[in-house]
Design a protein around this ligand. Structure first.
Ligand code: ZN
Length: 246
């Protein structure tokens, strides 16, 4: 589904627009001129439904040149093997999340907990992912004719990559699971979660001028998105905790 000339949402599960597999996060495609950037890859249970969305928006799967993973949770990265082998795209993540993605034992143990709790179906596995490039905080990365500023925003996880750029005339922020529509955050009780680091991350993001907020769940925000981020910051500033999406 096109969000603007250059940005599409091609995956979204029950905690979003229900376009594809119920467990998929929001998956975005950005047309960078000489190739497509994919942001997150969904849970990997039914990647063909994401491929159908890519087709429907007039894009070619094989034009995906870059895959950015916002963080190492299965609903965001489970489709990475499928999409990187189908396209030959290079995979990017921040250093902390890249180290989690490469740690087979940690992924097995964590997935075991999630499967036992019923978040993922029995037998669901998350295979380690090798990242080709590690993106640092404040780094500027160029994909085709677009330049993105990287912000690493820990709290929901130990890393957590946000990408910021002006696209189609809109100051656009992709946030993964850091902050969402209406000032929601994603506070879960599992390893790597840190509330005070979360507060610092939201403070840094709230200083940005943002028109459009494209997060990993819930609906995309199409205007005045700094108000949504400010809503989360307002809670933190008052020593409270913003509402969590789960
Ligand atoms: Zn997450």
């Amino acid at each position: 589904m096109r969000l603007s000339k250059r940005v599409s949402i091609v995956g979204s599960g029950n905690n979003g627009l229900r376009l594809t597999d119920p467990l998929d996060c929001n998956v975005y495609i950005v047309d960078c001129g000489s190739g497509l950037l994919m942001i997150d890859t969904g849970v990997g249970i039914e990647p063909s439904s994401i491929v159908s969305q890519i087709d429907e928006d007039g894009y070619k799967l094989t034009d995906i040149k870059w895959i950015v993973l916002t963080h190492a949770h299965a609903d965001h990265v489970g489709g990475t093997h499928f999409f990187s082998s189908a396209t030959g795209a290079k995979v990017y993540a921040d250093p902390h999340e890249a180290s989690v993605l490469g740690n087979a034992q940690l992924l097995r143990d964590t997935m075991c907990q999630y499967v036992n709790a019923g978040f993922y179906p029995p037998g669901y596995e998350m295979k380690p992912v090798i990242c080709n490039y590690e993106l640092k905080n404040n780094e500027k990365v160029v994909f085709g004719d677009l330049t993105f500023t990287c912000f690493i925003a820990p709290g929901h996880t130990g890393g957590g990559l946000c990408l910021y750029s002006e696209i189609d005339g809109y100051k656009t922020l992709f946030t993964g699971d850091v902050v969402f529509w209406n000032g929601y955050i994603n506070l879960i009780s599992i390893f790597d979660v840190d509330l005070l680091r979360y507060k610092n991350s939201i403070e840094r993001l709230s200083a940005l001028d943002v028109d459009r907020l494209y997060a990993g769940h819930l609906q995309p925000v199409m205007s005045h998105a700094n108000e949504d981020i400010e809503k989360a910051m307002h809670k933190f500033r008052n020593f409270s905790v913003p509402p969590s999406i789960c």
